[in-house]
Structure formats: C-alpha cells, structure tokens
Design a binder for this molecule. Structure first.
Ligand code: UT7
Length: 330
C-alpha cells in the first residue's frame, strides 16, 4: 500500500438522543436551580439515551451521518476506532459491535479509552495508521451513554453530563500540508482520582455493598479539575499555534472539549480569540466526554463555521488525567 502525503477529514456527523433533560428536571432530583447550573456551567439542557439505546447505537447513528457527509459507503472504511468510557460491554469491543451494525464487510478496529480526550487521541492514531500505509481510511467515533454512569443523587456532578456521539471519516490524500497536520497527546495518572468510576474493574469489583454506595458511578472533584482544565486548555491551544506557526487570524475556529463555558472562556479568551472563534454547544448537550469534541466539530461544520480550506484547533482533556490536541486544515 502506498503512503499518502496527508490525512484529511472528509466527513463529519453527530447524533444525540431524542430525550431532553432540562435544568428544571434536576430540581426534582437534587437541591439545585436552573440559575446555578447556567451561571456555573453554561449548560441549559442535555440529551439522555433511552434505556434500550446502547453506546453502539449512538455511535452507529453518528457514523452514518459522517459517511453520508463524506459520500462514502460502509465498505470504504478500513479501520473503526471508538473512543468511549461507556462501552456496550467490558468486552467485546464496541468497535466490533459498530462494525457489525454498520455492515462494514472488512476492517480493523478497537476501542480507545482516554475519557474526554479519547476522540482527539483517536484522530492521532488514525492519522498514524493511514500515514504508515496500514489502512487507507479510518472512522473515528466518540460515543458516550454517560447517563449509565451518572450518580443522579450527586448535585456536584449529575447536572454536567449528557449522552451523544460524534464521528469523523479520515482518508489519505496526495495533497501535501492539509488535513490533520498536528497532534499532541499527554497522560498523567497522578490526578487519576479526580475523575473516576471506582468500582466495576479489577481493582475494585462490584459488590452488593459498593453498589448501594453508587461506587459504579462517576465521582468527580470538580473544583480541582477546574484549575487543571483552564491551564491545560490554554497550554494546548498556545502550543498548537506555536508548533504550526498560526496566529489568531489563521484559525477559523477553536473546538474545545465542552467542559464548562467559564473554563472555555477564561482559557481560550485569554489567548486573544474572540467569542465567535470559539465553538460552544454545551448549553444544548452538556459534557458528553469523548463525544464532546466530535459533536462540536460536526455541528460547527454543519453550521458553516469551519469551511473547506479553513483551519481548526481541537483541544480536549479529562480523566486520567489525559489531554490531546489536533490542528486540522479542512
Ligand atoms: O470533563 C471533565 C469532567 N468535568 C469536570 O470535572 C467539571 C469541572 N469543574 C466544573 O465545571 C466546576 O468546578 C463545577 C461546575 C463542577 C462546580 O462549579 P464551581 O464554581 O467550581 O463550584 P464549587 O464546586 O466551588 O461549589 C460552590 C458551591 C458549593 O457550596 P458551598 O460549599 O459554597 O456552600 C457546592 O456545594 O456550589 C454548591 N453546588 C451546587 N449548588 C447548586 C455544587 N453543585 C451544585 C448544584 N446546584 N448542582
């Protein structure tokens, strides 16, 4: 197989479940208010998957949109990478379930777990595999059913999260200096306890007792994550611009992990980006972890905020702690 000169994103798509959960709905579950949630997070509503809707169903719907946008068929996909912290099962990989449901006749695939950074990490892996000539195309999907691991008794975390999926189809190209032109990845387990589902793995199996304590649900130290998030988001955007010799004028849109409007504004705003160059849709979907950046990217493309020929910076960070960035010329 020949080696391409670049790797382009040729299609994007997203899917969110039908059911909307508003901030007012949370006032019936915990001691909170619409005013607190909006001013502290920017979130007005989020989507919640149906009981019989699995992460793979969200992923398949987003993937179909990305294939349609690219004008490609399932048979054109050589590799499926699913980024998720809410797989259908511990195993088999959700990528295998998605391959089967999409009807891709022959491809490779695996799940990638890097929490909220997962999709942007997936872009780096797909770019590497295509540049190395291992595959010609890759479908990278971030998909989450976070409602399955949300503790709806914890007001400090439950109001933040939503369900959804976003996808991008990547292909090799002979055109130089286009497509995904830059990636960076990072991980540091020192902050692993800040965002965690304590039970359900091998370190702490699920027991009747810890189930009663909701140890199989997400626990986050929001205040500590806040500081890390502002610093990391700013560092990722600044480094990506420096490495690619970009000024604010060269960038059509920064597509950040949809973590909190205050975090996004203070991090990216401080770098001199005007509000119209920072894509924000957390008000509609909340924080969807690995699905957050690809949903935002697909929506930004659909709304014409990032046109062909323009450049976007994608940045994400989250549990691990983990982080990743990408610069993409469309
Ligand atoms: O993608 C990565 C995962 N995301 C995160 O980890 C989120 C990052 N962190 C954040 O977005 C923010 O830290 C939060 C939105 C989670 C919290 O905002 P904050 O401004 O950092 O609030 P805080 O944690 O400092 O809490 C302030 C007050 C506390 O009350 P006291 O101690 O001052 O009396 C909380 O108990 O707000 C209280 N509080 C709430 N009040 C109403 C916490 N959650 C709620 C709530 N409604 N839902």
């Amino acid at each position: 197989m020949s080696h391409p000169r670049s790797v382009k994103i040729i299609g994007t798509g997203f899917y969110v479940p039908e059911r909307i959960m508003t901030n007012d709905d949370f006032t019936r579950l915990v001691d909170t208010s619409d005013e607190w949630i909006v001013t502290r997070t920017g979130i007005r509503q989020r989507r919640v998957a149906a009981e019989n809707e699995a992460t793979s169903d969200l992923a398949v719907a987003a993937a179909r949109e990305a294939l349609k946008d690219a004008g490609r068929e399932p048979a054109d996909v050589d590799l499926v990478i699913i980024s998720t912290i809410t797989p259908d099962h511990i195993f088999p990989a959700t990528a295998a379930i998605v391959q089967h449901k999409l009807g891709i006749p022959k491809c490779g695939g695996f799940d990638l777990e890097a929490a909220c950074s997962g999709f942007v990490c997936g872009l780096a892996m797909a770019r590497g595999a295509i540049m190395a000539g291992i595959v010609r195309s890759a479908l990278v999907i971030g998909a989450e059913k976070l409602s399955a691991i949300t503790n709806y008794k914890d007001r400090g975390s439950c109001i933040l999260f939503g369900d959804g999926a976003g996808a991008a189809l990547l292909e090799g190209s002979d055109e130089p200096d286009t497509g995904v032109i830059y990636n960076t990845l990072g991980i540091d387990g020192v902050g692993g306890h800040l965002m965690i589902v304590p039970a359900g793995g091998t370190a702490q199996p699920v027991t009747h007792q810890n189930l009663d304590e909701a140890a199989n649900k997400m626990v986050i130290q929001g205040r500590e994550v806040y500081r890390f998030a502002v610093d990391k988001m700013q560092e990722l955007v600044r480094d990506a611009m420096a490495q690619c010799h970009l000024t604010v004028d060269d960038v059509a849109m920064v597509v950040p992990h949809q973590v909190n409007t205050r975090i996004i504004d203070s991090a990216v705003g401080r770098l001199g980006f005007p509000a119209e160059k920072i894509f924000v849709n957390i008000d509609k979907y909340g924080n969807t972890s690995a699905a957050s950046v690809p949903i935002a990217l697909a929506e930004a493309r659909r709304q014409g905020c990032i046109r062909d020929g323009q450049t976007a910076i994608l940045v994400a960070f989250g549990g691990g702690l983990s982080w990743a960035s990408a610069v993409v010329k469309f």
